[in-house]
Write a protein that binds this ligand. Structure first.
Ligand code: ZN
Length: 287
């Protein structure tokens, strides 16, 4: 949720090497994999990856023993969590036969990121603030859980803002010396007021003007469980319920909530499971 105190030049250099690293890293894990005439998976077979599935629309799909929604075209979406097991089972159940396939994914290594100089209450909130946080997280959780039987995400994904990546997905966080939850977003630093656009077609499911951690925030729904979150905004330019297109103006970069400088904290989830937005952008399936 923060901007790091590194010099811009160093960040640029780091990002350059990181991009090269990610390119080679991803070329090994990105694929469209055909398991059978009943199952095709397309995406990043790694922790933090997103898999787009295709099956016969009449089939039932179970991933890790959980039923997954399949639309009338046979599309479905699977999230591979930050710490997902490296082997998982997917079951495709048709009217006459049942298939079980093993999904193998690669392990990620996450960095430790230390951030100091945060206001004390933003790291260790008091009782009153904890009550507020609980209320807000329930609202956020419910919004992420909204089901939308559309595949708006098939419009593809673009970067919501141009900037410098200052916090990667998955980083282990130590805030003011205290170990905290891993970072599930992608932090992109940019000047306050920089325009943020919708990375993909979506419906706006939540806008909040003043949440404790996220400040001004927006949640978009891209269909079949896929949602995205934009935090620490300076200004919100959309309304709840609004239908938007890829590239439409969404908001302006700010530093509201738990933040030490202007940046966008961008998250992509399948319901409540966060995946890595950078992986999705660099490794887009063809729908
Ligand atoms: Zn963040």
């Amino acid at each position: 949720n923060f901007m790091m105190g590194l010099s811009k030049q160093l960040q640029k250099k780091n990002n350059f090497f990181l991009s090269i690293f990610i390119f080679f890293f991803i070329s090994n894990i990105s694929l469209a994999k055909v398991f059978s005439s009943n199952l095709e998976l397309n995406g990043s077979f790694t922790q933090g990856g997103l898999l787009f599935g295709k099956t016969n629309s009449k089939n039932k799909v179970y991933f890790k023993n959980k039923k997954i929604f399949v639309n009338n075209k046979g599309d479905f979406v699977l999230a591979i969590g930050r710490d997902e097991e490296l082997e998982n089972l997917i079951v495709i159940e048709g009217s006459v036969k049942k298939e079980t396939h093993k999904i193998k994914i690669s392990k990620r290594k996450y960095k430790i990121q230390r951030i100091d100089g945060l206001p004390k209450n933003k790291v260790t909130p008091n009782k009153e603030e904890m009550k507020r946080i609980k209320k807000e997280s329930l609202k956020i959780k419910n919004s992420k859980g909204i089901f939308l039987n559309k595949t708006l995400y098939k419009s593809g994904f673009i970067w919501p803002v141009k900037g410098v990546v200052t916090g990667e997905y998955g980083n282990q966080r130590v805030l003011n010396g205290k170990p905290r939850r891993p970072h599930y977003g992608l932090d992109i630093a940019a000047k306050a007021g920089t325009k943020i656009v919708a990375p993909s077609d979506a419906e706006v499911v939540l806008t909040m003007e003043d949440s404790f951690f996220n400040g001004k925030m927006i949640i978009l729904n891209h269909g079949l469980g896929l949602n995205s979150i934009y935090s620490h905004l300076k200004k919100i330019n959309v309304l709840e319920g609004q239908k938007i297109k890829k590239g439409d103006l969404l908001a302006e970069v700010g530093s509201t909530g738990r933040s030490t400088g202007p940046h966008l904290d961008w998250r992509i989830n399948v319901y409540n499971i966060a995946i890595d937005p950078e992986l999705l952008l660099l490794n887009q399936p063809k729908f």
